[in-house]
Design a protein around this ligand. Structure first.
Ligand code: MF3
Ligand code: CO
Ligand code: CO
Length: 267
């Protein structure tokens, strides 16, 4: 398999899929408050995707995954499985949504803070989002994947946080996970890092950042990944298209779209 270059018809479908994935996060957002279960959040997303969007929740049955979204709380790194767990004040929560519409995938995740966060939690969430956008800012034809990963890693480590290495971004399109892998750190002379970006490529940028050490382990449920040291973990994710003169973020929220005036982008 090689890196697919999307044609204009495919790009249109990627835009639609991206928009729908972003919409799901906006639909679930008002329900995120103390006392709600992650299972309830899954049900809200599932119903919206299936009944309103007439789309498919990509995680459901993917490699045996049992739910339609991933909900990862506090020390959970990723792939938290929605269930009976209730949210409480001070929790930080990642919701990861992937939908399939007209055969194409849109994949996005963001952090939510329940009630009043600790200073550390707030900083971790903000730095992770900044790191994602600093990586995304590097994306244009001729840049390398190493440029993206290094920008993310530098920002994260300047705060003495750590980048999780076991999970990475990925090409996306007809398949959920396509080539190439997008590392969120730089390795000099690594073949992955020297891949040169071309217009028409689509991939995700989805750094996972730990407040303590970068090491992780998977719980006995076979899905939920947690930090080894039980420190906090945060993740943000967007699906990106490489354009002739830079990039287009296909999964922007309404708020982010309003901020993305040409002026804001130039700064
Ligand atoms: N949405 C995740 C990603 O960003 C993948 C979740 S796979 C699942 O790549 F099986 F856990 F749902
Ligand atoms: Co992804
Ligand atoms: Co995702």
């Amino acid at each position: 398999m090689s890196i697919s270059i999307k044609n204009p018809a495919e790009i249109k479908k990627m835009r639609v899929a991206g928009r729908l994935a972003a919409e799901v996060l906006e639909v679930v957002a008002p329900h995120i408050k103390p006392g709600v279960t992650t299972g309830e959040l899954d049900r809200i997303c599932h119903n919206h995707i299936v009944k309103v969007q007439r789309a498919i929740p990509a995680p459901l049955h993917y490699k045996g995954y049992p739910k339609s979204i991933c909900t990862s709380i506090n020390q959970q790194v990723c792939h938290g499985v929605p269930g009976k767990k209730t949210l409480k004040r001070g929790d930080i929560l990642n919701i990861d949504v992937t939908i399939i519409k007209n055969g194409y995938h849109g994949d996005t995740s963001r952090m939510f803070i329940v009630g009043e966060p600790s200073v550390l939690a707030q900083r971790l969430v903000a730095v992770t989002r900044e790191a994602m956008f600093l990586g995304i800012d590097k994306i244009r034809p001729g840049a390398t994947l190493g440029d993206v990963g290094l920008a993310i890693q530098k920002h994260v480590e300047s705060y003495r946080f750590s980048v999780v290495r076991e999970y990475c971004g990925h090409g996306i399109g007809r398949q959920f996970h396509e080539e190439p892998q997008i590392l969120h750190y730089g390795i000099p002379k690594n073949p992955q890092s020297s891949i040169v970006l071309r217009a028409g490529m689509c991939f995700t940028v989805e750094p996972i950042v730990n407040s303590g050490s970068r090491y992780v382990k998977t719980l006995p449920d076979g899905w939920t990944v947690v930090t080894k040291d039980r420190g906090l973990s945060a993740q943000w994710e967007h699906t990106i298209l490489v354009t002739n003169d830079g990039h287009e973020v296909l999964t922007l929220s309404t708020e982010e779209r309003e901020q993305q005036s040409p002026l804001a982008q130039a700064s």
